[in-house]
Structure formats: C-alpha cells, structure tokens
Design a protein around this ligand. Structure first.
Ligand code: PLP
Length: 378
C-alpha cells in the first residue's frame, strides 16, 4: 500500500512503540502513586513533557497533556472563555471542527458574540477584518497555524502582536504544523497552542495544550490534581511516553523531513500542472512542505479517491474528520472555490517514508483514470 494521507494520521514509529511497551507491561504504576512503580511512571511522563515542550519551543511546565488535538482545542476555547469577560469571540472560517464547533455550537449559545473571520482566495486569514472589527469587545481569537486540507500557513505571530496590543487572548491550533515546520510557542506569542501525537508518528488519543504561564485555563472536567488540575484523571502513561518519543524523533529529523517533503510536494505540483485544468489550492500562499490539495476539472474527488484506493494508494478527498459528510469542504468554500470544483478536491500529504516512486504510481493511476473517463464520455 502507498500511504499519502499523513495529515489524517501517521504510522506509529517502531522506536515510539518500543518506548511505550514497558508502560503497557511491567511498568504499570500510577504516576500519582509514591511507590517505585509510580515514581517510574511519573519520571517517564516528565521526560515526555520535556520532549514535547522542546519541539514546541516552550517550557515543560507549560505542557498540559490531553486526549488529543480535539480536546486541546476544546480546552483552550472553553477554558479561556471562562476566565475572560464575556464579549466577542473570533475564529477563522477555515478552522478544524474541534474549534468551529465549540465556538459556533457552544459558546455562541452561552452568549458569546461569535465572528467568523474570512480568508482570501489563497486561504490566508484577512487580518484587515480584525482591524475593522470592534477590538474593544473582542476577548478571544482562534486562528490555526497550518490548515489540514490546503496546508496554508497563517502569520500567527503578526496576529498575536495585534491581539497583545488589545489585550485579546489568542489560541492557535498547531496540530498540523507541529513536527512539519519549526513551531515556537514563544515567538508565536500566542496564549495557548494545541498539538497532537498521531500526526507525528506517535500514538493516537494523546495531545497537549501549551499554555502561557501568565494565564489561567479553567478545566473541562473536574477531579484530582493531575496536569495541574487543568486536565484531571489518571494519565494515559504509555500514550504520553510515546508522544514524547515521537516529539524527540521529530525534532531530530525536522530539517531533513522538511527538505524531502518539499521536494516531493514541488515535484507533484509540477506534474499535476501538466494536466489540463488542474487547480492547486493555496498555491501562492506559504504552505506546509508535505501537503498538496488539488482538483481536476470535471473529475469527482470521491471517484478519484476510490480509484486510487483500489490501486492501493491512500489519499484523502478533504479532511478525514469531515470526509463522512458529503458537503464540499468548508475550507475551500471559504476561499471562494465554487462547489463543483470543491467536490473534486484531493489531498496528498507526504510523510518520511514517501518517495518519488509514490508520485509515479499516483500519476499513473490519475492519468489512467482520466483517459478511461474520457473514453466513457465519448
Ligand atoms: C488542524 C487539526 N486540528 C485538530 C485536529 C484534531 O486532532 P486529534 O485527532 O488529535 O483530536 C486535527 C486532526 O485531524 C487537525 O487536523
């Protein structure tokens, strides 16, 4: 199988698995216990905290482990909204559902005046809207660092500067950027940032919220004192340790990973643009090195995805989280892409094991399908 869907999830690195195994076996201590077993688990968690913090450009004390990016985003939006004076909230139109839904389905019903910030045709958040919005009433903004579908990267540090000037809290969802490009919590200057393990060859079901030490986040659930009481409950020890190891490995290979995926991305774009009527979304914007989202005129994305799947090539027709719904991508629609073109979208996301041979195989199937569909039309 050729796997070209690394923005959906990544395979577990064998070294990560190895780091986890003792904690699924003999090292089963509760990290809150004072026994030797407990202390071993606690020490390993604290090592993982350092490893995640290092990749995020933060201090270990700022890392709150969660069950993943979804929970981290919910914790940020709901947890920060409880400490801010109720007012206006702004999110970008291209956010992941784990930001869109807490804002639009929950906080707006709690009396928050929720604004959706538009993006331009390249997928960049229109910061002018921020300037013309009523800053005096804005308390909280959430803009993602890199988009899961297009890979488009936002100027979060620039937005953060405006936010800090106006005492607005800024959260960024860095789930897709983390481990793919350098991410530095300090220089981004945000108040909180979400990251996830399974996008960087770590286990599923674990992530973290990185928090500015100057601010308070209210918990979503109440219980014991774990994770500074912000995220109580006995820790997912093996998961956290795997996440830490994955972050450590990602830090070591980041430069090489960026180089190899950039080459693959650019090679794929060159070859796609040789096809008639192929659109690459966000092509003029800064983008993740591993991501290409495109559509070919008159080609249905789902049909192409199925054809590729039958040929043993895994890709995505948009975001994995919304691929069950038949609605065209909200991200592309926000970029002004018409509905028919948006329905043609295919996302290719490369990983460390991807090769140019993979691109050859992908293009062979695409070309084969295009000619067979042309025949069918005659
Ligand atoms: C941008 C973005 N944010 C958040 C998430 C959710 O992360 P998790 O799967 O760890 O809940 C995803 C997952 O696809 C994502 O792409």
């Amino acid at each position: 199988m050729i796997y070209l869907d690394h923005n959906a999830t990544t395979p577990l690195d064998p070294d990560v698995l190895e780091s986890m195994l003792p904690f699924l076996g003999n090292q089963f201590g509760n990290p809150s216990s004072l026994s030797r077993l407990g202390r071993t688990a606690r020490t390993a968690i604290e090592v993982a905290r350092e490893q995640v913090a290092a990749l995020a450009g933060a201090s270990a004390s700022q890392v709150i482990f969660t069950s993943g990016g979804t929970e981290a985003n919910n914790l940020a939006l709901l947890g920060l909204s409880q400490v801010a004076k109720k007012g206006a909230l702004a999110i970008s139109a291209i956010e992941h559902p784990s930001v869109l839904s807490p804002a639009l389905d929950y906080l707006s019903y709690q009396g928050w005046d929720t604004h959706v910030l538009p993006v331009n045709t390249s997928g960049i958040v229109d910061v002018n809207t921020l300037e013309t919005s009523n800053m005096a009433d804005l308390r909280l903004i959430s803009v993602m660092l890199a988009n899961n579908e297009t890979g488009v990267i936002q100027d979060i540090a620039g937005i953060a500067n405006d936010c800090r000037k106006h005492h607005i809290m800024l959260h960024t969802d860095a789930v897709q950027a983390f481990g793919k490009i350098p991410v530095n919590f300090k220089t981004l200057h945000v108040h909180s940032m979400s990251v996830s393990s399974h996008k960087i060859n770590g286990p599923k079901g674990v992530g973290a919220l990185i928090v500015d030490p100057e601010i308070t986040v209210q918990p979503l659930v109440y219980g014991g004192g774990q994770e500074k009481t912000i995220r109580p409950g006995t820790e997912n020890v093996a998961g956290i340790i795997g996440f830490g190891k994955a972050a450590e490995l990602a830090a070591v290979s980041l430069e090489q990973h960026m180089l190899s995926t950039t080459q693959l991305r650019d090679e794929l774009i060159t070859r796609l643009l040789k096809l008639d009527h192929c659109t690459i979304f966000g092509v003029n914007a800064p983008r993740l090195p591993n991501t290409v989202q495109f559509a070919i005129q008159n080609v249905d994305g789902e049909m192409l995805l199925m054809a590729l799947d039958q040929a043993g090539i895994a890709v995505s027709s948009g975001s994995a989280c919304s691929s069950a719904s038949k609605a065209p991508s909200h991200v592309l629609q926000a970029m002004g892409v018409d509905e028919i073109t948006a329905r043609g979208a295919i996302r290719i996301s490369f990983g460390s094991a991807s090769t140019t041979d993979n691109i050859d195989s992908l293009m062979a199937v695409i070309n084969q399908q295009l000619s067979s569909w042309m025949f069918d039309d005659e």
